[in-house]
Design a protein around this ligand. Sequence first.
Ligand SMILES: Cc1ncc(COP(=O)(O)O)c(C=O)c1O
Length: 390
Amino acid sequence: MSEYKNATNAIHAGVRQTQEQENSEAIFTTSSFAYGSAAEAAAKFGGDEDGNIYSRFTNPTVEMFEKRLAVMEKGEAAIATASGMAALMTMAYSLLKQGDRVVCSRNIFGSSIKFFNAYTVKFGVEVIYVDATDYDAWEDAINANTRLCYFETPSNPLYEVVDVERVSALAHAKGALLCVDTVLATPALQNPLTQGADIVMQSATKFIDGQGRSLGGALISSQEIVEHFVAFMRSAGPTMSPFNAWILLNGLETLELRMKAHSKNALQLAQYLEQHAKVKKVNYGGLPSHKSHELAKKQQKDFGGLLSFELEGGKEAAWGFIDRVQLMSITGNLGDTKTLVTHPATTTHGRLSPDEKEAAGIADGLVRISVGIEDISDIIEDVEQALNGI
Ligand SMILES: Cc1ncc(COP(=O)(O)O)c(C=O)c1O
């Protein structure tokens, strides 16, 4: 592993060069690779010789992205996937079998809940949801059948902060693995593998891309665990395309700089919202009033770009606010240089049943803002005029 700091790794780690000695990473747009002989093909397919076989599971551009991300996350290896959800599926189907239990935070991304409830359970895997900041609840729920514990920190959209060290100790005591989704923190702000997690899951679609151009995901872990994921990828194929890998490699180069700018703007917007009379509650770990502010300070380098807030007046007030914004884009994405606004209850968490929404804490009056890197005074002005209108 490289000895460089992460800002340097983000630009240099994983680079591979062709004979041309290109100065920007090459995009290998090829589905397969050619060999000099039948024996060479057989040796590569059989794993006796290293080398690329077929881009469903190995491709040089994708591999550069995997190597760079693994170094930045302080992991031994990484596998890139077609999206963040493809990463969750790859992990679940590679590691779980009938009779296993997953203990999961109830406060996670809507599609992750839907994936567990609709597609994991039907293969005979039990999924138990817990309040992720209640460590007694984790301890009670993790039993001898538990193979996997899973949570987001910080969580989307409620900014719940979960203690990685504490849950990893509880999981490991019963022989379970811990996977942490740190899509909101990114490797620029937190490295859960150094805090006791076994696997990190990323949606590269978000801050890693940074400009809303492409989908991608990744799992970062030990070499041994990543080999299980590679075997699944070879058979199932939720693969990242070389072109997306190239975009995301470039995204990693500016990640640290962007996360600093996102964090600075988000804190200022959170402070503004907190004192506004129409705002019931602001969810942002950078505010000293946040219940896990100290923990966020301890396990993160900064607080990131995502916050949410609750308005009095439920869905009508939330939609009234969203329909009045002028600078912000109304979209379900997050992590863009542009400021983005979302109504989770009817978009990202819209497929959840009323009970599932309630369990996940998604209120009708909740508004999520992914704070971009525009001038903060323009962002606050837009928020102010939209709040004044409702
Ligand atoms: C926290 C979190 N995890 C996972 C995902 C899924 O990522 P993708 O959209 O790349 O499939 C998202 C998407 O919004 C997310 O916010």
